[in-house]
Each structure stands twice: as C-alpha cells, then as structure tokens.
Write a protein that binds this ligand. Structure first.
Ligand SMILES: NC(=O)c1ccc[n+]([C@@H]2O[C@H](COP(=O)([O-])OP(=O)(O)OC[C@H]3O[C@@H](n4cnc5c(N)ncnc54)[C@H](OP(=O)(O)O)[C@@H]3O)[C@@H](O)[C@H]2O)c1
Length: 350
C-alpha cells in the first residue's frame, strides 16, 4: 500500500524533541528534512546521532533562516519556554509550513487573544495550520476525558490528576520547583505561578466545548507537604521539615458547580506529612456522574518493575501522530475537535 508522505522539520531536541525526532526518522510516512538545535555541541551532527539511530544524512543546524527557507510540510516546534515562541511560530506559518507545538499556551485561549489573532493571521498568510500538542495540557486533560465521556449517561464533574513521585522519576527541575524550600515561604511564593492554569485553559475549554457547557471561572488552590525525614533524590537532598510534596488544584466552575478539576500531586517518596497520593506515575481521570468511571493512563511495567513517567515523550508523540491530518487540514488553528478521530499513519510496520 502506498502512503502519502510528509516532509518534516524537528525544531529543538530536548526531551520532547528527541522523542519526536526518533519518531520522524523511524516512521515511513514522515521524511525528516531539517533539525534546528541551539546547543553548539549538536550543530553539524547527523540527526540520527542525536537519538542513537543510523545516519540520516540530515545535519543539525542552528540557523533559523536556513530552516525557514526549507521546503517542508510541517515543523514540530519544541523549544524550551525560556523564550516566548509566538514570533517564530508565526514566521514558520507565514513561510507556508504547518506547525505542531507543545510550547506555550495552546490556542484558542481567551487569556491570550492577541496570540490567537496573530497565529490565525499567520495561518492565513501562509495557508498553513497550527495545532497545539501535549500530554497535559493536552491529551490526558482533554482528548482522554472527552473520549471517556462517550461512556457516560450523566456527567457531574471530571477530575484529571497527574501523580509523579520524583524520587522514582527523577527530574532536573525538582529544586527549582521548590522542593527542599521552607514550606511557608513556598506557600507565599509558589514556584509554579498561580497564573499557570491559563496555559491549561485551552484543554479545559475543549472539554467544555465538547460537552456543550460553559466555564464561568477557574479557581486555584496550592498546598504543600513536609518531608518527615531527609529525602535523597537524583538531583539533590531535601531536608526533613522542608517541602517534600506539592499539590496544585485548578477548578473550572460551570453553573455554580465544579465541572473540571485538574490536580497535580508531585511528591518525593512517601515519608511526607500529609501523604496525599501514592503509587506509580500516572494520569488518572475520574468522571463523577452516572455511571462513575475511573481510568489510569500510565507506562507498562518495565524490566525493573517500574512504571516510568512517560508524560514528556508522550507530549512529542501526540503531536507526531497528528502531523498528517494537520497538514491535510484547511488553513487555520486546528483543535482536537477539528481533527476528529486522528488516524495515525505508519505506526504498524510489519
Ligand atoms: N503540554 C505538555 O504536556 C508539555 C509537556 C512537556 C513539555 N512541554 C513543552 O514542550 C517544550 C519542550 O519541552 P522539553 O521537556 O523537551 O524541554 P527541554 O528538555 O528543556 O528542551 C528544550 C530544548 O529547547 C532548546 N533550547 C534551549 N535553550 C533554549 C532557548 N533559550 N530558546 C529556545 N530553545 C532553547 C534546546 O534544544 P537543543 O538541545 O536541540 O539545542 C533544548 O534541548 C517546552 O516548551 C515545554 O514547556 C509541554
């Protein structure tokens, strides 16, 4: 069976970008034509070397102009959030390339109307499409609950919970995120801004839109737990009495009742007071209503008996699998509702 192929560029090769790069090299439906890197050590390397695959003949460049000038159907744009990505997203769209990206707030989003307008205009100018991808915001916070809603006869409230034990799933930003800080100081000065829910609002709206409901407002709660003992993790040591766990909770209200609640439980082990959630890293969706439903999204057990946190590679893959349909869509911002049931291509390779 012959399949239509798509020329793709991978922009940035961090954790998300590497998962996408590997996907594009291995998938017969995508032809890798360019890779943008910022790290000088990666410039001039073959793309295959970045992800431990055979040589591809595609050489990594740090020249944004070279990437903009390339012929390509789509760019998976996954730079770190240190620089606001909106200008470059628009330049890529204006150059006629479709863009799939986990970087920054997704669109449409009422909190950033000026971004939405600029991206729409760039899509029109370049006759291209923009699609936001990710695991959360993204898949676990919108498509998954919306898909599960098909199994309900009445929905009262949807809870999406991210659970990560950062001892079992070490993360480099653990200290920056306030673990090991004085609890009162952290409560007064949360490292994850109370405004962060605005980045997730596109996912909340997508659920509401899919269910024909309206969100009136979003409220924010933040609490911390104390380490009962010194807790060592791969990137440092959290002293007893300091912050060992964080719970962020964002509630979207509709008609005076909670409709969508996002919880984030980030904890270091189990020697915590209080200990809110235990177990393997996962996204858990609970839909309260009739009949009440619970679904766990997690990695399969690996050879070491662990269920590793796959949220970061999933963020790339959920974008990669949408590339053909985003490229084939009419120009404009393309949401999951526009895409309908995505039919990934090139995954079954006999
Ligand atoms: N929605 C979601 O669920 C979700 C989940 C995770 C991440 N994200 C987003 O996805 C993006 C990528 O995440 P990640 O985990 O892969 O990040 P990461 O590991 O920190 O890597 C990002 C890459 O960006 C490049 N970079 C470094 N400094 C930069 C700068 N100052 N300006 C522009 N690019 C720079 C580097 O690429 P090279 O190494 O190639 O030079 C770096 O490896 C981020 O914007 C993040 O917020 C979204």
């Amino acid at each position: 069976m012959t399949q239509k192929t798509y020329k793709v560029i991978q922009w940035a090769t961090g954790t998300v970008g590497k998962a996408a790069l590997k996907y594009f090299i291995e998938n017969p439906v995508t032809e890798l034509v360019g890779v943008l890197v910022t790290n000088p050590e990666k410039v001039g390397k073959d793309a295959g070397d970045i992800v431990g695959l055979a040589k591809t003949g595609v050489i990594c460049t740090d020249s944004e102009d070279a990437i903009l000038a390339m012929e390509a159907d789509c760019v998976l744009f996954a730079p770190s959030m240190m620089t606001p990505p909106i200008d470059m997203v628009c330049r890529l769209l204006e150059s006629g390339k479709n863009v799939v990206s986990p970087a920054g707030p997704f669109l449409p989003n009422k909190f950033i109307p000026e971004h939405a307008a600029r991206v729409e205009a760039a899509c029109r100018a370049g006759k291209a499409s923009f699609h936001g991808c990710g695991i959360h915001p993204g898949y676990s916070g919108d498509i998954l609950p919306l898909t599960l809603a098909r199994l309900m006869s009445r929905i009262d409230c949807i809870e999406v919970t991210e659970i990560i034990d950062k001892v079992r799933n070490p993360m480099i930003y653990t200290e920056i995120m306030g673990f090991g800080a004085d609890c009162d100081e952290l409560l007064a000065n949360p490292r994850r801004s109370p405004e962060t829910y605005k980045h997730f609002y596109s996912s909340m709206t997508l659920i509401a839109e899919g269910l024909g409901a309206e969100i009136d407002e979003v409220t924010v709660k933040f609490e911390v737990s104390k380490a009962k003992v010194d807790i060592a993790h791969e990137f440092g040591l959290v002293k007893a009495g300091t912050c060992g766990g964080q719970h962020y909770e964002w509630t979207a209200w509709s008609g005076g009742k909670p409709l969508i609640v996002y919880h984030f439980y980030w904890q270091l082990g189990t020697e915590l007071d209080p200990l809110w959630e235990q177990g393997e890293a996962k996204y858990r969706v609970r839909i309260h209503g009739d009949p009440p439903l619970e679904c766990h999204l997690m990695a399969m057990e690996d050879a070491d008996g662990r269920h590793p946190f796959l949220g970061i590679p999933w963020t790339g893959l959920v974008g990669c699998t949408a590339v053909p349909q985003v490229c084939d869509a009419a120009p404009g911002v393309v949401t999951h509702i526009d895409l309908g049931v995505v039919q990934p291509r090139g995954l079954v390779r006999r």
